[in-house]
Design a protein around this ligand. Structure first.
Ligand SMILES: Cc1cc2nc3c(=O)[nH]c(=O)nc-3n(C[C@H](O)[C@H](O)[C@H](O)COP(=O)(O)OP(=O)(O)OC[C@H]3O[C@@H](n4cnc5c(N)ncnc54)[C@H](O)[C@@H]3O)c2cc1C
Length: 494
């Protein structure tokens, strides 16, 4: 096992993509699962805090330690088995999502979860229940996780298979590989009425045990093996970036495309989007610095994609074109992808705005002030108007983009100095509160980590957070794993 203590060697691990910074005594890089168990057991005995690192692309400081040691999963990077006939893949947690995509697609298979940034580890995507543009059609990572193997804080191993172990009402009983019994009492939690939600543990009566661990942000154990469901790769994809002269037109277009997609169910010969991503006028201006072919007059854009298998390209083009014209889309400025490289370019187009925001904030040496809120569809327009009013009333520079198909949009504030940063944080709090008031969530996909605890408390209240913290205590009584993610010290006093 590699152990690094020199500041120069570990510095790049002490930050994530949201520019949250931390500190630790040493970085451990285990070469296999046995070494992970060895590190965990000894840390548990000494009550040393351990933070788990994946690819470091997280946006909430989850992998950033504040004390103790950091354990990187980068050497557990094997694709163990790819079974084309049965449609699954078994991987170690340090495999890059990008690598998995390339491998399975070369076999005619497809892994839908796509958290925009593909240089993340699969372990990180399980820990955060990552989702992305295609979540609109396929749901989040959770929907594709069939089995996981988890190392608990005392070195015990849990093997969890979907549909094998369920809670009985609000009591969940689990047995480790060595036969140790663990009993969890599931609290009653207010669940938002959104299509995406990633704030805190997934808790439901009679739930499948595996779901408690997916999205638990490394607070319950270390994921060391993952079995993922794969589907057949769709034969064709229609993809376009459509520009609009008004934001309202773009939003109305998305709303109708969403309705049609829902009502068409599995029917691929009608409008049935895989993703519906939105860019406001500020985003287009921001991106234009690198992409000068964005039309000057455009006030909004939508990236849409629909996959299909039969020979219906002409019919689909006609349907989409009709909908674009109905909502005053700029027919002279539609970028259609005609081959794989152009499909890839559109993914890059979407990726580039997130990267530019992250570069901006690290250039200013501040942490990200970007919302991850979502609301029920019927409240989306009201929420978006509220967001814009709030941020504009404070004269802050901002961009709005993201997963509008899921009524989940990122408003990223771009403060220019410390004072603006402080104002942006205040606006952020107001926006979280409003989302919750509308039946929404403060985090639809990035999770809570260390960055969003204040708003997590605002959303659930101290009592429900303390009930959730009791679950962590069952699996990690000494509170060594990813301490500081989700909970504060005082949340463990129940
Ligand atoms: C440009 C950009 C765009 C993004 N867009 C999206 C998006 O659209 N949707 C989305 O969901 N996310 C998005 N993200 C966030 C990020 O990519 C995801 O959260 C990703 O899943 C994190 O994976 P990682 O390997 O980088 O994890 P890290 O950042 O290393 O860690 C994330 C969390 O997972 C824990 N963890 C990591 N590995 C394990 C393990 N093996 N066992 C237990 N815990 C573990 C860490 O301790 C930490 O709490 C984006 C990030 C960037 C930079």
């Amino acid at each position: 096992m590699l152990i690094k203590t020199s500041k120069d060697e570990i510095e790049s691990y002490l930050v994530d993509a949201a520019n949250i910074k931390g500190n630790c005594n040493a970085l451990y890089i285990p070469g296999n699962e046995e070494e992970i168990i060895e590190v965990i057991k000894s840390a548990n005995l000494e009550k040393t805090k351990i933070t788990i690192s994946g690819g470091g692309t997280g946006l909430t400081g989850g992998r950033v330690p504040s004390e103790g040691i950091l354990v990187s999963t980068e050497k557990l990077n094997k694709i163990i088995e790819l079974n084309k006939e049965a449609g699954f893949v078994i991987v170690e947690p340090g495999v890059y999502l990008r690598e998995l995509n390339e491998k399975v697609e070369s076999q005619g298979l497809f892994y839908p979860p796509d958290p925009t940034e593909r240089d993340c580890f699969l372990g990180g995507t399980i820990a955060t229940n990552a989702s992305g543009a295609r979540t609109f059609k396929y749901g989040p990572t959770r929907n594709f996780v069939e089995e996981i193997r988890i190392i608990l804080a005392d070195g015990e191993i849990l093997n969890l298979k979907r549909s094998e172990c369920f809670a009985n009402g609000n009591i969940l009983e689990l047995k480790t590989e060595s036969g140790k019994l663990l009993k969890v009492e599931l609290p009653k939690i207010n669940i938002p009425k959104t299509t995406k939600h990633a704030a805190g543990y997934y808790i439901k009566e009679n739930m499948d045990a595996i779901d408690l661990f997916i999205g638990s942000e490394g607070t319950l154990g270390v994921v060391t093996k993952i079995k993922l469901k794969l589907i057949k790769k769709p034969a064709n994809a229609l993809s376009a970036v459509v520009f609009f002269d008004s934001e309202n037109s773009a939003l109305n277009f998305i709303a109708e495309a969403r309705e049609l997609s829902f009502s068409n169910g599995d029917n691929e010969s009608g409008i049935n989007a895989t993703c519906l991503e939105y860019f406001d006028s500020h985003s287009l201006q921001f991106m234009k610095e690198d992409l000068p072919n964005i039309p000057d007059k455009s006030k909004a854009a939508v990236w849409l994609e629909q996959t299909y298998n039969s020979d219906i390209e002409e019919k689909l083009l006609e349907l989409w074109f009709g909908l674009i014209l109905k909502h005053d889309g700029d027919e002279d400025n539609i970028w259609f992808a005609s081959d794989k490289s152009e499909l890839e370019k559109f993914k890059q187009f979407r990726h580039s705005i997130s990267v530019k925001v992250n570069e901006y904030i690290s250039g200013k040496n501040i942490s990200k002030v970007g919302t991850d809120t979502s609301v029920p569809h019927e409240k989306f327009k009201e929420y978006l108007d509220f967001m814009k009013r709030e941020v504009e009333s404070k004269n802050l520079k901002y961009v709005i983009y993201g997963h509008a198909g899921d009524s989940h949009i990122h408003l990223n504030m771009l403060p220019n100095n410390d004072e603006e940063f402080k104002t942006a944080k205040l606006v952020y709090k107001i926006l979280c509160k409003k989302a919750v008031g509308l039946g929404g969530t403060i985090s639809a996909e990035h999770g809570i980590g260390k960055l969003k605890k204040e708003y997590f408390i605002d959303m659930f209240g101290e009592k429900q957070i303390m009930e959730m913290a009791k679950i962590k205590k069952v699996f990690d009584p000494n509170l060594i794993l990813n301490f500081g993610n989700l909970f504060n010290k005082e949340h463990f006093s129940l």
